[in-house]
Design a protein. Structure first.
Length: 226
């Protein structure tokens, strides 16, 4: 165990890293306790993504850094970078993997805690902001080519952008900047992605047509067109 006196001797970045690890450990343990089956299933799902994507990003990132900063000895620079930071990189990726699994577990558990109640007035807010239903605007751009662009942007580009950024931060030499980014990411997942998602429980635009049947029936009964 780490004594209080020993912890007091740590640098600010180390102290905040320990606090972040404690915060995420609680976040993850609560998720695994709330829905063990979902947590285990999502662990397998994300494990497949990490096993395939992280090595590609890691090799590509280290090689790029070696070519940019290695000057005349890129191989030596790459070896030194990996040797100096692989432990910290591994810890960051493990916590990222666990917290991402916990985040998705919480999202799946929302209906069992709070019913999806906010879709109606969120849809009304969307129509007020855009002058019409946003789906009508997006469907004007509907085409096979556009669908391929959107799908690949989300499935491929988004994945490499998010995971690649986390990998870059795990190798970042700026300790203070690294801790600040990781805290921002953790608070975004926990507060915006979990607490706010629970407070504003809604299925979202993609699945709104399913919940919208109830809304349409209610509108027809009241004589108000939607």
């Amino acid at each position: 165990m780490i004594s209080i006196a020993e912890a007091g001797d740590y640098s600010p970045s180390t102290k905040w890293s320990l606090r972040l690890a404690f915060f995420l450990a609680i976040y993850v343990m609560c998720a695994s306790a709330i829905s063990p089956q979902s947590f285990f299933h999502l662990t397998l799902v994300y494990a497949q993504k990490f096993v395939v994507g992280i090595p590609i990003l890691f090799i590509g990132g280290v090689c790029s850094a070696a070519l940019i900063y290695g000057r005349g000895e890129p191989t030596r620079y790459a070896a030194g970078l990996v040797r100096a930071r692989w432990r910290g990189c591994l810890l960051v990726l493990l916590f990222f993997f666990a917290s991402l699994t916990a985040f998705s577990t919480y999202k799946m558990a929302i209906p069992s805690v709070v019913p999806f109640y906010a879709d109606n007035w969120l849809a009304d807010l969307d129509e007020w902001l855009h002058g019409t239903a946003p789906s009508e605007l997006t469907h004007r751009l509907d085409s096979n080519i556009w669908s391929i662009v959107v799908f690949n942007s989300y499935e491929v580009i988004w994945f490499f952008q998010w995971f690649g950024t986390m990998l870059f931060v795990s190798l970042w030499s700026d300790k203070i900047g690294r801790v600040r980014y990781l805290w921002a990411a953790a608070l975004t997942l926990s507060i915006l992605g979990t607490v706010l998602a629970l407070a504003l429980a809604s299925v979202g635009p993609i699945y709104y047509h399913q919940s919208g049947r109830t809304r349409l029936a209610a509108s027809a009964t009241s004589g108000q067109p939607r």
